[in-house]
Write a protein that binds this ligand. Structure first.
Ligand code: OGA
Ligand code: MN
Length: 266
């Protein structure tokens, strides 16, 4: 196995691993270490069945069915991300529109750890995914701002009301990674609503400032998808966004996600 880091602070390509076959503990440890170091890793030219993708996911935790229900299927842990329609029905989620920065499932009390996406069909243009290094973004804040964020919590909500749990969910604005001890910003324009226990104008001021900060390309790394790619990312130290793509083109990815019994911690 060989790790080729990107020229940004996050993102790395992993060479020499076939994710469809059983892997030894040493390789699994090395892959997890690469995820901790680089936040997002990718393997090119992979051929896997849905069950093999779930088996690979399970090396890093417990693959669970996505909270958003999809049509009954053979491997229930697989979530279809696609704009493709069959007989007038969406076969998957997320369509073809732009998605702004978010950390997956942050509207849940326990958002989990890693997400994986395996590319089956990719449009000829658009649909690139960009990850933001929220560790680097936190580190780059001034000392005073870091101090003023301490203890703050923000509400996270999905824009599809039915997808939210019955209770209002809030998480720390700055979280600490349980395995690396590194702090990172944990707010994004797609799912974060407001900071609690401060007045609305102050919440808007702080979030606006943090969103402008996270938008700085020095913290970003963009993946240009190819069929056969498998991308694995840690949602705790990152946010991601997706470019739109033409609705006349097909994009289809298989996704898995890992449960975590621990809520994000300050
Ligand atoms: C996701 C997601 C982005 C993409 O599956 O959580 O944000 O590029 N996908 O499809
Ligand atoms: Mn996502």
């Amino acid at each position: 196995m060989k790790t080729i880091p990107s020229d940004q602070t996050l993102g790395a390509e992993i060479l020499g691993v076939d994710v469809s076959v059983p892997l030894d503990t040493e390789t699994i440890k090395a892959i997890y270490q690469a995820i901790l170091d680089h936040c997002v890793i990718y393997f090119r030219n992979q051929t896997v069945t849905q069950q093999q993708l779930v088996d690979f996911t399970n090396y890093f935790g417990v693959a669970v069915e996505h909270v958003r229900k999809q049509a009954p299927r053979d491997v229930s842990e697989i979530f279809i991300v696609s704009n493709v329609k069959e007989k007038g029905q969406d076969i998957g989620a997320l369509g073809n529109a732009e998605l702004s920065f978010h950390s997956d499932l942050s509207y849940m009390p326990k958002p989990g750890t890693l997400s994986l996406l395996h590319a089956i069909e990719i449009p000829s243009t658009g649909g690139e995914t960009t990850w933001c290094d929220c560790r680097a973004a936190y580190d780059a804040l001034g000392q005073d701002l870091k101090q003023s964020l301490e203890g703050l919590r923000a509400v996270h909500q999905h824009y599809v009301e039915a997808q939210n749990p019955p209770e209002i969910i809030d998480h720390p604005v700055v979280i600490t990674h349980p395995d690396t001890g590194r702090k990172s910003l944990y707010v994004g324009p797609h799912l974060t609503k407001h900071i609690i226990d401060v007045d609305p104008a102050e919440s808007e001021r702080i979030l606006g400032l943090l969103y402008r900060h996270l938008a700085n390309p020095t913290f970003h790394w963009t993946h240009e998808w190819q069929v056969g790619d498998l991308v694995v990312w840690d949602n705790r130290p990152t946010m991601h966004r997706r470019e739109p793509f033409p609705e006349t083109e097909r994009r289809l990815l298989w996704r898995t996600q890992i449960y975590n019994d621990v809520a994000p911690q300050a």
